[in-house]
Design a protein around this ligand. Structure first.
Ligand code: NAD
Length: 253
């Protein structure tokens, strides 16, 4: 069943991991791949086209207004509309304590993980209003609910993102724009693999990740993309302002 018939999607941070999986799943109908890393965006586009899907590369930094506008313009130039925004680009920040967290790192994490969604929404909401509706999905996190003692900036960015999402949801539903978050738990992506490789004891870190959630394994990007597909589709027509967890039961404990 084609659940996104005729819909054009912009996915940010789609050159890797969860965003790539979302873009590949949504690609039958047309998808713009944004990433700050142009080469990875173009690699994902080429893969989708090889499999017969429709995709374009729209690279740029989601934390910069001028680049966000260029990303939106590139998407419109190809598809003429944006029905679905998946605001997914995000970066980690793990430090041992607040005293060791550099101000620049705090600013960068908040700028990409939180301000990025503000800028993208600011650029796309007027368009969706003119089109008569749309869907905005943000990639939240279990870390927007529960505190990690070693991730103050990341915790703050995802907690703030969940509330930004809810504020947009109640403001925009009258314009037929549904806004929701899908919230991954520990997921097997390049981001996670980099964290494991740079840990003091990578084998121990890997084992901790596997045992993180009651399900006893880490999630796969495709499992997150499946949730995103449901939320983006008309099957989720009554889902508004939700933080939809896919975390193997971690936050249920
Ligand atoms: N992997 C996990 O365990 C996990 C868990 C919960 C939430 N998340 C969230 O999922 C999202 C995707 O994470 P992932 O694990 O797929 O990471 P990833 O590093 O594999 O992919 C993220 C992509 O975003 C791009 N990006 C970074 N900064 C950008 C910017 N300023 N503008 C545009 N693109 C930018 C990167 O180049 C990269 O390709 C993030 O928001 C992350 O916080 C991940």
């Amino acid at each position: 069943m084609r659940r996104l018939d005729g819909k054009a999607t912009l996915v940010t941070g789609a050159g890797s991991g969860i965003g790539q999986a979302v873009a590949e799943l949504f690609a039958e109908e047309g998808v713009a791949i944004n990433d700050i890393d142009r080469a990875s965006a173009e690699r994902v586009v080429a893969g989708i086209r090889e499999r017969g899907g429709s995709a374009i590369s729209a690279s740029g930094d989601v934390s910069r207004w001028t680049e966000v506008r260029q990303v939106v313009e590139a998407t419109l130039a190809e598809y003429g509309r944006i029905d679905i925004l998946v605001s997914n680009a995000g970066i980690p920040s793990i430090v041992e304590s607040i005293e060791l967290l550099p101000e620049q790192e705090w600013d960068r994490v908040i700028d990409v993980n939180l301000k990025g969604t503000f800028l993208l929404s600011k650029a796309i909401v007027p368009l969706m209003k003119r089109q008569g509706g749309g869907v905005i999905l943000v990639t939240g996190s279990e870390m927007g609910f529960l505190a990690d003692p070693n991730a103050p900036a990341y915790n703050a960015s995802k907690g703030g993102l969940h509330m930004l999402m809810k504020s947009l949801a109640v403001n925009l539903i009258g314009h037929n724009i549904r806004v929701n978050a899908f919230c991954p738990g520990v997921t097997d992506t390049p981001l996670l693999r980099r964290e494991v490789e740079t840990a003091p004891d990578p084998a121990r870190r890997q084992a901790e990740n596997q045992a993180w959630a009651p399900i006893g394994r880490i999630g796969q990007p495709r499992e997150m993309a499946n949730v995103a597909l449901f939320l983006a589709s008309d099957e989720a027509s009554f889902v508004v302002g939700a933080t939809y967890l896919a975390d193997g039961g971690y936050t249920a404990t």
